[in-house]
Design a protein around this ligand. Structure first.
Ligand SMILES: N[C@@H](CCC(=O)N[C@@H](CS)C(=O)NCC(=O)O)C(=O)O
Length: 218
């Protein structure tokens, strides 16, 4: 059986869980925190989560895991058919990660983890997020999902990227980032109207205290 390594507070881990659930695949969760321990990096070379253990071996990097799952288990696809449509799905996913998730993460210390952010970082991140928002508006279909009437892999990323980018932008700049993304409230409402999304959100909330305690112990 597939084994998914990660922990419930991790947004990337939850993107994979949403995809596994959408495809109706069985898997076992192995609760794992990121680390640089030799054992862990032998499975996930950057020491990050999630990591998927398959019958062929280990795979890290969320977008790659989602593509593997869709190719290996073609029922209930989470990528559209056809090279162009699939490339557009990948473009959406790269844009979500590179231009919203990763810049927002640079501001986590001062917004979510009780530290402070350097003014230089605050100044550098804003224009990247603005261009990320513009990119999403340009690429998204809003039907209500990013690629039309059915949720696809980019939606399972957006479900976790957009609320975090919103929280960070609001706290840092007083910017209601979601109000600048066309159809974002309909998109998030449609994605959250799902038993798995609700279950993963409850699990994340209940493990948050343990996660924050682990951070402050470091
Ligand atoms: N690009 C990676 C990012 C995964 C990632 O950053 N995961 C976080 C947890 S949500 C992590 O492991 N952080 C620890 C670290 O960056 O060393 C992916 O797509 O899976």
């Amino acid at each position: 059986m597939l084994k998914l390594y990660g922990f419930a507070v991790s947004n990337y881990f939850n993107m994979v869980r949403m995809t596994l659930a959408a495809k109706g695949l069985e898997y076992e969760v192995v609760k794992t925190f990121p680390s640089q321990s030799p054992d862990w990096i032998s499975m996930s070379p950057m020491g990050k989560v999630p990591c998927l253990e398959t019958e062929h071996g280990f795979i890290a990097e969320t977008q790659v895991i989602l593509e593997y799952l869709d190719e290996q288990y073609p029922d209930k696809p989470v990528f559209p058919k056809g090279s162009y449509a699939k490339a557009r799905a990948r473009q959406l996913m790269h844009s979500l990660e590179l231009y919203l998730e990763l810049p927002a993460r640079r501001l986590f210390p001062g917004t979510l983890f009780g530290g402070r952010n350097e003014q230089l970082t605050i100044d550098e991140v804003k224009p990247v997020l603005e261009k990320g928002v513009r990119t999403l508006n340009q690429l998204a279909d809003c039907g209500p999902f990013l690629m039309g009437a059915s949720p696809m892999a980019p939606d399972y990323m957006a479900l976790y990227v957009l609320p975090l980018a919103q929280a960070v932008a609001k706290k840092t700049y007083g910017w209601d980032l979601l109000s600048d993304i066309n159809g974002s409230s309909e998109l998030l409402a449609a994605l959250n109207d799902n038993e798995h999304a609700q279950q993963f959100s409850e699990e994340s909330a209940s493990e948050m205290a343990e996660f924050v305690a682990g951070l402050s112990a470091k």
